[in-house]
Design a protein around this ligand. Structure first.
Ligand code: G3P
Length: 218
């Protein structure tokens, strides 16, 4: 499973990269707004900087338009920023049409706001490189996000579908482990949830004892 970081914060992206586990980045309008980036040039420069930090990994840049025509125009311009930009498109009727256009024109897409297997199937049908089920938001609403990952993974395996399942809206380190178990190809996570994978109380206790004993022979 690949590890993406779900943020537009450059310090966090650098930290994940320095940890050696960063395979890519996903952003969305909420995450971009959080960084206080304003205006066309600033936004495009920010995406370019993210691509340069990630080096070889994919970076999802989301359209902020809703009509087919506007999404196509904006997506073309986002894709031109860097070869690793993947255009993030919402699961709507116009979004499906736009993803088909992007596929036919050699632009890779990540279909966002996926909350059902049918949505994932349709995104895959029009050639989305990634489909992004939002598992945390499903859990928040009293359903089981991981069940959706399992269902999509089963359908994609049975049907030999090549789109990658990108588990999004991750809330914890346990979500990452469960997504790997359920068959996600990619998990896009907050930095804390990735760092959380390093933690175990027995590791801390064991390390403390080793350090104490090390003093006895140094
Ligand atoms: O980037 C899409 C997704 O990961 C959003 O997560 O935490 O806003 O539900 P969240």
């Amino acid at each position: 499973m690949k590890y993406f970081i779900d943020t537009a914060n450059l310090d966090q992206i650098k930290e994940a990269h320095d940890l050696g586990v960063l395979d890519g980045v996903t952003t969305n309008p909420t995450l971009m707004a959080k960084e206080g980036i304003k205006g066309h040039d600033a936004v495009y420069n920010h995406y370019k900087t993210i691509c340069e930090i990630v080096k070889n990994g994919d970076v999802s840049a989301e359209v902020t338009t809703v009509s087919f025509k506007d999404m196509v125009e904006q997506g073309k311009s986002l894709a031109a920023i860097h070869k690793n930009i993947v255009v993030k498109v919402p699961m709507t009727v116009d979004g499906v049409k736009a993803m088909k256009w992007f596929t036919d024109n050699g632009i890779r897409t990540n279909c966002t706001l996926i909350f059902s297997a049918g949505q994932a199937m349709l995104a895959a049908k029009v050639g989305a490189a990634y489909v992004s089920p939002f598992i945390g938001r499903i859990d928040d609403s009293g359903w089981d996000g991981l069940e959706l990952i399992q269902q999509i993974a089963t359908i994609f395996a049975v049907q030999n579908i090549k789109s990658q399942i990108l588990a999004a809206s991750i809330r914890s380190s346990l979500h990452i482990i469960k997504c790997a178990e359920a068959g996600a190809n990619v998990c896009t996570c907050p930095l804390d949830s990735i760092i959380g994978l390093t933690k175990h109380p027995l590791t801390d206790i064991g390390l403390q004892k080793f350090m104490e004993d090390a003093k006895k022979f140094q």
